[in-house]
Design a protein around this ligand. Sequence first.
Ligand code: PBG
Length: 332
Amino acid sequence: MYPNSRPRRLRANHAIRSLVQEHHLSVNDFIVPLFVVEGTSVRDEIESMPGQFRLSIDQLIKEAHEIQSLGLKSILLFTKVSDDLKDNAGKEALNPNGLMQRAIKAVKENCPELYVMADVALDPFSIYGHDGIVKDGVIVNDQTAAVLAQMSVSHAEAGADMVAPSDMMDGRVKIIREALDKAGYINCGILSYSAKYASSYYGPFRDALDSAPSNEANIPSDKKTYQMDFANKREAIREALLDQDEGADILMVKPGLAYLDIVQDLKENVLLPIAVYQVSGEYAMIKAASAKGWIDHNAVVLEQLIAIKRAGASIIASYFAKEVAQWLKDGK
Ligand code: PBG
C-alpha cells in the first residue's frame, strides 16, 4: 500500500514502460481486406474510405506484392460485380471463371506465399443486397448454406487458403466443412464470422461494393433476421460454440471497438483463435475526424488496435494494416 506501492515507478520513462507493456502489435496480427473489380489499371478510391481502393486484378497483384514487402502475410478478398451478374441465386458466385476465382488464382500465381482468404456470402451477387437467397420476404437458410458450400469449394479450387463465411446462416460452417472435405480440400480452412452483429458501422463497405439491402417492398431492408442483435451477449457465445463444433478454424467478432466485451467472452469460452474485424465505419470515423484535425490519426489507430488485442483477439482484419506495417517498419 502507499507509499510502498507506487505504480507510477513502472511508468517513469520509455524504457521501463516498454519493459512492462502487456500487449503489442506486429505485422503477424493482420489480415488485409481488399476490394476487387473488373477491368485493368483500375484503382478507384472509395469515397467514404479514403486510402482504400477498388482494384482490378493487375492492380491487386501490385498491391499484393506491396503488402508482402511490408511483412504482412494474409489478405481477405471481396469482389464488386456488375449489376447484370446479380440474381437471387448466387449463380455468378459459383462461376469458375468469376472475378473472385480469377483474383484468387492471380494472387496465388504471383505471390504464392501470401495467405489468401476469400469472402463467402451472397450479398455482392444478390439483386436484393442480402447475404442469402430471398423467398417471400425471407432470407432462406438451408438453401443459402448449400450455395455457400459450393461457393467455398469453388474458391478452394481457385487456390484459396481459407474461406471466410460472413453471412450468419445457421449450420453453414458444418456444410462448408463437409463440402470442402468431400472435394478433397481438407487443408482449406474456415474463418467463421461467428458473432457478426447487425451493425450500422458497415455503411462505407456497402458503398464500396454497392451491396446495401434493397428498399423494395416485401424485401427486408436490414439484415436483422440473420446478423445478431447488438443488445445480445450470451448469444455470441452460443454462436461461437456452434461454429467451433461445426469445424471452424478461426472465429471472428465484428465490428471491433464496440464489441470488445464479446471478444473477451469468446476468449474465455472457446479454444480457437479469435479474430476481430475493425470494419469500414470504424475506419471512416477515424479518417474523417483526423482529416478535420480533431483527433491524432496514428495515435487513435494504435490505441484502438491495441485495445482489440487486449480484449483477447490475436488476429485483426483492418483497413489500417498497411499503414501500421509501415509505422512498425519505420520503428515508430
Ligand atoms: C457482407 C459483409 C459486410 C461486411 C463484410 N462482409 C457488410 C454487411 O454485412 O452488410 C462489412 C465489412 C466492413 O464494414 O468493413 N457479407
